[in-house]
Design a protein around this ligand. Structure first.
Ligand SMILES: [Zn+2]
Length: 313
């Protein structure tokens, strides 16, 4: 079985104001770095999410509001202080959520060994009723609930190594003991959540806040010794990686010191943890979704290291 790369050209056409870091060039930079490599990966187009899939996390009134704002906007329109939606924003965010659900479907149908969605914008800051931090729809949380509803999976873990805490995913999972969220992130930093003692209503949230300047080997040790053992103990059937690459030392938004190679090693460690979890719960599928990463060169290099790691499944 081949791994799958999920893409769609609309990711290159969801416009934001000049100078905004979450920009269409991110998508092009990743494809440039992939180039003619990774020929063993099959390609799949990200579909629009079904409205019912978006409603697994977001309210009808929120979805209507985003649709109304983005549907009429000739120029990018603000949804909050740093989250913008263009005329194509709703479609683009819908395909990001749809690509996440397709990733789940492809591994559950045994059509792919793993699947990585390169769609933007990211999703892990979007709360059920609030766009935040460049994010419109909470794609990882939507994919988790989709996996439960369509495929009857019981326990699902999201692993998030973006430099920012995924407040949206945490908010969606907080009161659900079947959903687990593990995150390393710089603190203090936007959005301000993610303290060690934020553990969820069922001890199902695992946060590892990191000081400015923390190096890659320390971050990987935190995952290996703290977060990944918690994920294994949760006995998930499915692991969804919220793959943000803004913890890279070159990233303009973060202050952590991961290298591109560190992201490859961390991915290998996640795969090892998935295999260990499989000893408890049978097959553990792994999919990955792009979150942040704002230095174009570091982003492209890190994505390639991540894909090489994912090939180890
Ligand atoms: Zn981020």
């Amino acid at each position: 079985m081949k791994p799958a790369l999920i893409t769609h050209d609309i990711s290159a056409r969801h416009d934001v104001p000049a100078g905004h870091p979450e920009r269409p060039e991110r998508y092009a930079a990743i494809l440039d770095h992939i180039g003619d490599n990774y020929q063993s990966w099959q390609r799949a187009a990200a579909p629009l999410a079904e409205r019912s899939q978006l409603e697994l996390v977001h309210s009808e009134s929120y979805l209507d509001m985003v649709f109304d704002v983005t549907g009429d906007a000739d120029e990018p329109a603000p949804l909050d202080a740093d989250t913008w939606a263009s005329k194509r924003g709703y479609e683009c965010a819908s395909r990001a959520a749809g690509g996440a659900c397709l990733a789940v479907d492809m591994v559950m149908e045994n059509k792919a060994s793993t699947a990585f969605s390169l769609m933007r914008p990211p999703g892990h800051h979007a709360e059920p009723e609030q766009a935040m931090g460049f994010c419109l729809f909470s794609s990882a949380a939507i994919a988790a609930r989709h996996a439960q509803q369509k495929w009857g999976l019981n326990r699902i873990a999201v692993i998030d190594f973006d430099v920012h805490h995924g407040n949206g995913t945490q908010a969606c999972f907080w009161n659900d003991g079947s959903l687990f969220y593990a995150s390393s992130h710089q603190m203090p930093l936007f959005p301000g959540t993610g303290a060690y003692d934020e553990t969820g209503a069922y001890q199902n949230i695992f946060n590892l806040p990191l000081a400015y300047g923390t190096g890659g080997s320390s971050i990987r040790s935190g995952w290996r010794d703290d977060l990944l053992p918690s994920v294994v103990a949760a006995k998930p059937d499915l692991i969804i990686i919220s793959a943000g690459f803004d913890a890279h030392e070159a990233d303009p938004l973060g202050g952590l010191q991961m290298t591109s190679d560190d992201f490859g090693i961390l991915t290998n460690d996640i795969i090892d943890a998935a295999n260990e979890a499989a000893e408890h719960s049978g097959a553990v599928r792994v999919v990955s979704l792009l979150e942040g990463g704002y230095d174009l060169n570091a982003l492209g290099q890190s994505v390639c290291q991540h894909m090489t790691g994912l090939e180890g499944i």
